[in-house]
Ligand binder design. Structure first.
Ligand SMILES: Cc1ncc(COP(=O)(O)O)c(C=O)c1O
Length: 369
C-alpha cells in the first residue's frame, strides 16, 4: 500500500498547538509533531472503538502487552516480559516519575546538552544538580563528569541533534555510569535513517537492564502524540514498584483511544512507518543540500534519526536567529536557547511536513537573508 505524504492537510482550527500558536501566514516548524494524516489502520481502529458508546477508565489489553513484548524481540532482540511494561499518558510524565522514584533533592542528574527543554528543566524542577554531558563529545572523554552523577537521563535518539548512540557509545555510557540508574527516553526510536538500527540501552545486558527505566511510545513515529499514550519498560521488579509508586495521584491512567491506536500502530501500520521514514529521509536530504547551497552562514549536521534538524546559524551574525526568521521569513522554529543557554545561535527545524512546505520554508529563509 502506498501513502500520500505530499497531501496538504489544513490543520488550522483543529486545536493543533503547532498551527495555532502563530498567526496565519507563518509556517509553523517548531513543536515535534508531523503534518501527516495518521496511518489508515490507526484511524480504522479508533473508529471501530467509537462504535461502542461507553468510554470508561481503561487498561491496556493483554494483546497490546504481548505486541510490545514481541516488538522488542523482533525490532531489537530484547527479551522482556508482559509485566515489565507500565502504561503512561506520556514519556514526559514517565521521566519525571522516574526521577522522583530514584533521586532525592540535592543529588546529581546527568543530562545531555543541548537537550529537549522538558529534560533540560528536570534538574531545577526536582532540586537536583545538573551534570552536563555534551552530546557532541565522546562519552569516554566525559567519564569524570559521569563519575559525579547519581543517575543519567539519556535521550536516544537525541532531540534536538538527531544523534543515534551506537553500541560502543552505549557500552561506554553503561560502563561510565557504573551501577547507577539510567532513565532512557527512546521516544524517537523508530525514526532512524540510512538503515541504522536503534539499540535500547537496556537490551545490551540484563545487568544493565536491571538499573534502567526505558520510555517509549508510538506517538512520534506514528504521529499520534495528541492521543497521550506511552509506556515504560522496567525489568527490575523492585525498581518497577518504586516507579509505579511515584505516580502520586498526578500521573493518571491512559487514554482509551490511545491504547487502541498504539496497538494498531505496532501491529498494523509498519508499512506506513516504513513509508514515512523514507519520506522523512528525503526531506532531511533535501534540507541538508538546501542549507549548504542556499543558506550561507548556516550549517547543519545530518540527523541520523528524528524529524528535527539542529541548525547552527552563528555564521549569520544575528542576535536571535529564531526571532529573525519569525519576523523576516514568517517561519517559526524552536529557539536554540530552549535547549540550553549556550545555544542562542541555533534553531531547531521540524521537517515532519510535506516537501512543498519544507521547500517554502527554505525559500523564505533564503529570501530573508
Ligand atoms: C525526546 C522527547 N521526549 C519526550 C517527548 C514528549 O513525549 P510525550 O508527549 O509522550 O510526553 C518528546 C516530544 O517532543 C521528545 O522529543
Amino acid at each position: 500500500m502506498s501513502f500520500d505524504f505530499d497531501a496538504s492537510i489544513d490543520r488550522r482550527n483543529t486545536g493543533s498547538n503547532k498551527w495555532s500558536k502563530y498567526p496565519p501566514g507563518v509556517l509553523p516548524m517548531w513543536v515535534a509533531d508531523m503534518d501527516f494524516a495518521a496511518a489508515p489502520a490507526i484511524v480504522e481502529a479508533i473508529t471501530r472503538r467509537l462504535q461502542h458508546p461507553v468510554f470508561g477508565y481503561c487498561s491496556a489489553s493483554p494483546e497490546l502487552r504481548d505486541q510490545i513484548v514481541s516488538d522488542m524481540a523482533t525490532k531489537y532482540g530484547w527479551s522482556i516480559r508482559a509485566e515489565d511494561v507500565v502504561f503512561l499518558p506520556g514519556v514526559e510524565p514517565g521521566f519525571n516519575m522516574a526521577i522522583k522514584a530514584l533521586l532525592e533533592p540535592g543529588q546529581r542528574l546527568a543530562i545531555q546538552t543541548p537537550i529537549y527543554r522538558p529534560i533540560l528543566n528536570t534538574p531545577r524542577q526536582w532540586s537536583l544538580e545538573a551534570i552536563d554531558i555534551r552530546v557532541d563529545r565522546p562519552i569516554a572523554e566525559q567519564q569524570g563528569l559521569l563519575d559525579r552523577a547519581d543517575a543519567m537521563l539519556l535521550c536516544n535518539p537525541h532531540n534536538p541533534t538527531g544523534k543515534v548512540y551506537d553500541r560502543s557509545d552505549l557500552l561506554a555510557l553503561a560502563e561510565a555510569t557504573n551501577d547507577r540508574p539510567i532513565i532512557s527516553d527512546e521516544i524517537h526510536c523508530e525514526l532512524v535513517y540510512d538503515g541504522r538500527r536503534h539499540i535500547p540501552i537496556a537490551s545490551l545486558h540484563p545487568t544493565i537492564a536491571d538499573r534502567c527505566i526505558t520510555l517509549m511510545s508510538a506517538a512520534k513515529t506514528y504521529n499520534i502524540p495528541g492521543l497521550k499514550t506511552a509506556f515504560a519498560i522496567v525489568q527490575n521488579p523492585e525498581l518497577r514498584q518504586r516507579f509505579e509508586g511515584s505516580r502520586l495521584g498526578m500521573v493518571d491512567s491512559v487514554n482509551i483511544l490511545g491504547l487502541e491506536a498504539t496497538l494498531a500502530a505496532f501491529r498494523d501500520a509498519t508499512d506506513w512507518r516504513d513509508g514515512v521514514v523514507t519520506y522523512l529521509e528525503g526531506n532531511r536530504n533535501y534540507l541538508a543540500s538546501a542549507v549548504s547551497e542556499r543558506l550561507p552562514g548556516v550549517t547543519m549536521q545530518l540527523p541520523e534519526a528524528t524529524y528535527l534538524a539542529w541548525l547552527d546559524c552563528s555564521g549569520l551574525g544575528l542576535d536571535n536567529p529564531a526571532e529573525h526568521f519569525l519576523n523576516h521569513a514568517k517561519a517559526a522554529f524552536s529557539a536554540g536557547t530552549d535547549f540550553g543557554t549556550a545555544y542562542g545561535q541555533f534553531i531547531r527545524l521540524n521537517f515532519g511536513c510535506t516537501r512543498a512546505t519544507l521547500i517554502e520554508a527554505v525559500d523564505r529563509m533564503a529570501s530573508s537573508l
